[in-house]
Design a protein around this ligand. Structure first.
Ligand code: DOR
Ligand code: ZN
Length: 347
C-alpha cells in the first residue's frame, strides 16, 4: 500500500482570492501547497482592463507571506465593452493568461458579464488569433432552465456553436459538474480542456440538501446527482490531459453563507491536496494524481510544469484541519468533505 507520494508542485487553474482582509487571510492557504494559480477577476468592481489586472496582481504579491513562492496568473473579466487591443497587449506583456467569460447573471459578481457572445466577437477573434484562452463559466441564465440542467443547456446552446464558429479559440470549460460536460470536453476537436473542482469530486446534491440545508456545500454550478460525480471522478483519474485541477476555492465569510440568501462558493484551498489524495486513492489512481494536479494544466496553457515537488503522506489517524480561517471581515468556513482525511502534505 502506498503511504508516501512525491509529485511536482501543483497549480490551481481556477481560484478566487478576493481582496483586502479576505485576500490576506486566504492567500497563505493556497501558497502553502500551490506554485501558481489562475486568479478569477470577479471582484467588485471586476478586473476588466490590463491596468486593473496589474494593480490586482501587485496587491496579491504584497499580501504574500514572507518567503512564499507563489505566482498569481491573472485573468481579465470579459465585458461587452472590453477592448481587444487592451487584451492582446496584456497577453503579449505576460500579464494575463486567460480571459474569463461570465454569462451575465450566472453567478457571484457576474452582473457586468456577457449577455450575447455576438457583442464580444471582436475580442474572441483576437484571442483565437493570438492563442489566448477563454475560461468559461458554462451555465445558461435562462430562467426557464432548471438549475441542475444549466450546464448541459449551455453546452448545447452556447459552447458547441462557439467551437464550430471559432475552432482556433483555446477554451477551458471551468468547474465541469456533469457527465455531459465530461463527454463534450473529451470529444470536442481543438484546444479545449475542463477543470474539475475538489468539492465536485466529493459531494453530490444530497450533501447540500439531505437532513437540512447546508450552505457551505452551496456553490455554482451546483453539485449534481451521484452519476455526475462519478463521471467527474472517472475523468479526473483517467489520465486524460484535457482534465485538470481548478479548485474554484471561493471564500465568503460565514455571515454571507449562513443566511436566508447565501452566497455560492466552497472554500477548499486548505484541504484540497488532502482531499485529492483521498479521492485518487479511492479510485486506485494515486499514480495519476500528479498529471491531474501538476502536469495537464501547464500543458494546456503552454507553460512548463513546476520543478519543485511536494510530498504527501498517509497517516494512520485522521488529519485535522481548522474548521474556519479567521479574516479581518469575519470567519470563512473550510470545506468539510464529510469523510476522515488521512493524507497530508508534509514537505
Ligand atoms: O460557487 C461559486 N463561487 N461559483 C462561482 O462561479 C463564483 C464563485 C464566487 O466567486 O464566489
Ligand atoms: Zn469560480
Amino acid at each position: 500500500m502506498t503511504t508516501r507520494l512525491t509529485i511536482r508542485r501543483p497549480d490551481d487553474w481556477h481560484l478566487h482570492l478576493r481582496d483586502g482582509a479576505v485576500l490576506r487571510a486566504v492567500l497563505p492557504e493556497t501558497a502553502r501547497d500551490f506554485a501558481r494559480a489562475i486568479v478569477m477577476p470577479n471582484l467588485v468592481p471586476p478586473v476588466v482592463t490590463a491596468k486593473d489586472a496589474a494593480a490586482y496582481r501587485d496587491r496579491i504579491v504584497a499580501a504574500l507571506p514572507e518567503g512564499a513562492e507563489f505566482t498569481p496568473m491573472m485573468t481579465l473579466y470579459l465585458t461587452e465593452a472590453t477592448d481587444p487591443a487592451d487584451v492582446a497587449a496584456a497577453f503579449a506583456d505576460g500579464l494575463i493568461h486567460a480571459v474569463k467569460l461570465y454569462p451575465a447573471g450566472a453567478t457571484t459578481n457576474s452582473a457586468s458579464g456577457v449577455r450575447d457572445l455576438a457583442n464580444v466577437r471582436p475580442v474572441l477573434e483576437k484571442m483565437a488569433q493570438i492563442g489566448l484562452t477563454l475560461c468559461i463559466h458554462g451555465e445558461v441564465t435562462d430562467p426557464e432552465v432548471d438549475i441542475f440542467d444549466r450546464e448541459a443547456a449551455f453546452i448545447d446552446r452556447v459552447l458547441a456553436p462557439l467551437r464550430n464558429d471559432l475552432p482556433e479559440l483555446p477554451v477551458t470549460l471551468e468547474h465541469v459538474t456533469t457527465a455531459d460536460g465530461v463527454a463534450f470536453v473529451s470529444e470536442a476537436p481543438g484546444r479545449i480542456a475542463g477543470t474539475i473542482t475538489t468539492h465536485h469530486l466529493m459531494i453530490t446534491r444530497n450533501h447540500l440538501l439531505v437532513g437540512g440545508i447546508r450552505p457551505h456545500y452551496y456553490c455554482l454550478p451546483v453539485a449534481k446527482r451521484s452519476r455526475h460525480r462519478d463521471a467527474l471522478r472517472a475523468a479526473a483519474t483517467s489520465g486524460n490531459p484535457r482534465f485538470f485541477l481548478g479548485t474554484d476555492s471561493a471564500p465568503h465569510v460565514d455571515a454571507l453563507k449562513e443566511t436566508a440568501c447565501g452566497c455560492a462558493g466552497c472554500f477548499t484551498a486548505t484541504v484540497t491536496m488532502s482531499c485529492l489524495a483521498h479521492v485518487f486513492e479511492e479510485e486506485d489512481a494515486l499514480d495519476r494524481l500528479e498529471g491531474f494536479a501538476s502536469l495537464h494544466g501547464p500543458a494546456h496553457y503552454g507553460l512548463e510544469p513546476n520543478d519543485a515537488t511536494i510530498t504527501l503522506e498517509k497517516r494512520a489517524d485522521p488529519v485535522t484541519y481548522p474548521a474556519k480561517i479567521e479574516t479581518g471581515d469575519g470567519p470563512v468556513t473550510v470545506f468539510d468533505p464529510g469523510v476522515p482525511l488521512h493524507w497530508e502534505v508534509t514537505a
